[in-house]
Design a protein around this ligand. Structure first.
Ligand SMILES: NC(=O)C1=CN([C@@H]2O[C@H](COP(=O)(O)OP(=O)(O)OC[C@H]3O[C@@H](n4cnc5c(N)ncnc54)[C@H](O)[C@@H]3O)[C@@H](O)[C@H]2O)C=CC1
Ligand SMILES: O=C(O)CCC(=O)C(=O)O
Length: 527
C-alpha cells in the first residue's frame, strides 16, 4: 500500500513530522510557498498541515485532487475556505485546546503590560532616559474585566483574572447562567459590559456577528479610561476608531496581538499613544506549539491511515476505535446508496437510512454519510462522505435516520429507502461474519449478491427458459458472466436477476436484453 503523503506548509514544531513518519505517512516540510507554488504542488498530497500563514483558498483547493484532510495546528481556521474544502470532500480539522492556556496567558500579559505601560517604559529606560515620573500605572486588583467571549480561552482568562482579584463580567450569548456561576463571572449584556469594564478582552471567533463588535459606536459607549486587549482575531475591533480614541484619551490603552490585515506592516495604530502590539504571538510558546503539532499530526494520521475523525469542522467525529468497526458498514452503505441511485428514476427528494440489529448500535452519521456518498455518485464522480451531505442539502434531499436495535431475520442490516414518483423503493444489505457486505433485498424481493464491479440488473416475468436466453445473449456478445443471482416476488410473478460480468455492458446488449420476451427493466450497474 502506498503511504499517504503530507505537506507541512507552515513553521511547526518538528514533533509533527516525527509523528507523521511514525504513523506511516510520508512528509515534506516546505514552508514559505507562494500561493502559486502551493497550487502547483498540492495535487500530490493527501494531507496538508498548516498554522495561520498558509491560506487555503478555493483556487488552491481546485488543484488539490488527492487532498483528503487539512489540519490546522491551532484553533482559528479563518485561513481555510471551509465551504470549498467541504465541496471538494476534504476534511478540515483543528486542535481546539492545545494553545488555549498559552493564548489566555498572553491576554493576561497584555493586560498587565497596559496597566503598567511596560513596553514604553522599557524602551525609554534602555534609551538612557530613566523616565520614572512619566509612568504612573494602575492596579488591576478590584478592577472590572469585561470578557467578550467566554469559551475555552475566555474561561481560562477569567480564572487567571479572578486570581488577580479582578471582578469579571462576561458577554457571550451562548454562556449559560450555570456555566457563568461555575466560572465565577457575572453574565451581562454587551451594553452593560461596555459601561462597566475597566479592561475589555476579546475571545470570540471572527464571524458575521462578531465582526466589528467593538465598532466606533460601541467604543464610544465604553467607560472613559478603558483599556482594550484583542488576542482573538483582527476585525473584531474598528482599528481606525480605536486610534482616534487612543488619541483623544477616551481609551487609556490598547494591546492588539491580531490585526484586520496580517502581517500588519503599516497599521494606522502604530505610534498611537499607549498602543502595544505583538505579531500574532498568542499561541507562540514552546508548550503550545508542541501540543498543537503533536495533536494535529496524530489526528491527521488517524484519518489518513485508519479513517478516525477527531475535531473535524465539516464532518462528524469518528474515533480510531470505531473506524475499523464501521469500515465494512460504510462499504455496504455506499454500495446500497449507489444501487438505489442507479436504479431509481428522477429526483429523489427523500431518503431514509434504517439500521437494524448490530448496525443500530453504531455511530449512524458515517453510515448515513456513506449512503449519501453512494447515492450522490449519480450527480458527481468526485463525491465522498465529506461532501455528500452538503451536496444532498444543496439538492434539497431530506435525509432520515431510523434505528431499530431489535434483530430481524439478519443479525445486522442496513436498509436504504428512497421516495420515487412510483412510491417508496428500498434495498437492504447485511454483513457476513467475515465483514463481507451482501445485498439481501432489492425493491421487496429477497436476493443475495455481492455488489462489485460491472453488473447487469434485469426485472422480468418469472417464466421457464428466461435464464437460458439471457445466458445465450451474453455469450453471443462475448460477455463472460462471473456470478448469477436470482430472486422473485412469487412463483410466476416478478423476478429479479443480477449478473456480475467481466466488462461494462455495451448499450446494444442492454437494448437486446430489453427486447427479450417478458423483460420489464434492464440496467447496467457499476460499483
Ligand atoms: N492570538 C492567537 O494566537 C490565538 C487566537 N485564538 C483565537 O481566539 C478565539 C477564541 O478561541 P477559543 O476560546 O478557543 O474559542 P471558543 O470557540 O472556545 O470560544 C469562543 C466563544 O465566543 C463566543 N461567541 C461567539 N459569538 C459571540 C458573539 N457574537 N458575542 C460574544 N461571544 C460570542 C462563543 O459562544 C464561545 O463561547 C478564536 O478566534 C481563536 O481563533 C486562539 C488561539 C491563539
Ligand atoms: O498558529 C499560530 O501562531 C496562531 C494561532 C491562532 O491564531 C489560533 O490557533 O487560532
Amino acid at each position: 500500500m502506498t503511504k499517504p503523503k503530507v505537506l507541512i506548509s507552515d513553521k511547526m514544531d518538528p514533533n509533527a513530522a516525527r509523528i507523521f513518519e511514525e504513523r506511516g505517512c510520508e512528509v515534506d516540510v516546505i514552508t514559505g510557498k507562494t500561493p502559486e507554488e502551493l497550487k502547483a504542488t498540492i495535487g500530490q498530497y493527501d494531507g496538508l498541515a498548516i498554522r495561520s500563514s498558509t491560506k487555503v483558498t478555493a483556487d488552491i483547493l481546485e488543484a488539490a485532487d488527492n487532498l483528503k484532510v487539512i489540519g490546522r495546528a491551532g484553533i482559528g481556521v479563518d485561513n481555510v475556505d471551509i465551504p470549498a474544502a467541504s465541496a471538494k470532500g476534504v476534511v478540515v480539522m483543528n486542535t481546539p485546546f492545545g494553545n488555549s492556556i498559552t493564548t489566555a496567558e498572553h491576554a493576561i500579559a497584555l493586560i498587565m503590560a497596559l496597566a503598567r505601560q511596560i513596553p514604553a517604559a522599557n524602551a525609554r529606560t534602555q534609551a538612557g532616559e530613566w523616565p520614572k515620573s512619566d509612568f504612573m500605572g494602575v492596579e488591576v486588583t478590584g478592577k472590572v474585566l469585561g470578557l467578550i467571549g467566554a469559551g475555552n480561552i475566555g474561561a481560562i482568562v477569567a480564572s487567571r483574572a479572578l486570581g488577580l482579584r479582578m471582578k469579571v463580567v462576561a458577554y457571550d450569548p451562548f454562556l449559560t447562567p450555570e456555566r457563568a456561576i461555575e466560572l465565577g463571572v457575572e453574565k451581562v449584556d454587551l451594553g452593560e459590559l461596555l459601561e462597566r469594564a475597566d479592561f475589555i478582552t476579546l475571545h470570540t471567533p471572527l464571524t458575521d456577528e462578531t465582526r466589528n463588535i467593538l465598532s466606533r459606536e460601541r467604543l464610544a459607549q465604553t467607560k472613559p479610561g478603558v483599556r482594550i486587549v484583542n488576542c482573538a482575531r483582527g476585525g473584531l475591533v474598528d482599528e481606525a476608531a480605536l486610534k482616534d480614541m487612543l488619541e483623544s484619551g477616551h481609551v487609556a490603552g490598547a494591546a492588539l496581538d491580531v490585526f484586520a490585515q496580517e502581517p500588519a506592516k503599516d497599521s494606522p495604530l502604530f505610534g498611537a499613544p499607549n498602543f502595544i502590539c505583538t505579531p500574532h504571538l498568542g499561541a507562540s510558546t514552546t508548550e503550545a506549539q508542541v501540543n498543537v503539532a503533536l495533536q494535529v499530526a496524530e489526528q491527521m494520521s488517524d484519518y489518513l491511515v485508519d479513517g478516525g475523525v477527531t475535531n473535524a469542522l465539516n464532518m462528524p467525529s469518528l474515533s480510531a476505535e470505531e473506524a475499523p468497526k464501521l469500515k465494512p458498514y460504510m462499504a455496504l452503505a455506499e454500495n446500497l446508496g449507489s444501487l438505489v441511485g442507479q436504479l431509481a428514476h428522477g429526483d429523489l427528494p427523500k431518503i431514509s437510512v434504517e439500521t437494524e440489529g448490530a448496525a443500530a448500535d453504531l455511530n449512524q452519521k458515517p453510515i448515513v454519510g456513506a449512503v449519501l456518498a453512494g447515492l450522490m455518485k449519480r450527480y458527481s464522480q468526485s463525491v465522498n462522505m465529506v461532501n455528500a451531505p452538503y451536496l444532498a442539502k444543496e439538492r434539497g434531499i431530506e435525509v432520515r435516520e431510523i434505528r431499530n436495535s431489535q434483530r430481524g431475520v439478519y443479525q445486522t442490516l442496513v436498509r436504504v429507502t428512497v421516495a420515487t414518483s412510483q412510491g417508496d423503493r428500498s434495498v437492504a444489505g447485511t454483513l457476513f461474519g467475515n465483514g463481507q457486505p451482501r445485498l439481501v433485498e432489492i425493491f421487496g424481493i429477497g436476493i443475495e449478491a455481492e455488489l462489485a464491479g460491472e453488473m447487469l440488473y434485469i426485472v422480468n416475468d418469472d417464466v421457464p427458459g428466461f435464464i437460458g436466453r439471457v445466458g445465450s445473449l451474453m455469450g453471443e456478445h462475448g460477455i463472460n458472466i462471473g456470478t448469477f443471482h436470482l430472486g422473485r416476488r412469487a412463483t410466476g410473478g416478478e423476478a429479479v436477476m443480477l449478473l456480475s460480468v467481466d466488462q461494462k455492458i455495451p448499450q446494444d446488449v442492454i437494448e437486446a436484453a430489453c427486447a427479450l420476451d417478458g423483460v420489464k427493466v434492464v440496467r447496467g450497474l457499476s460499483f
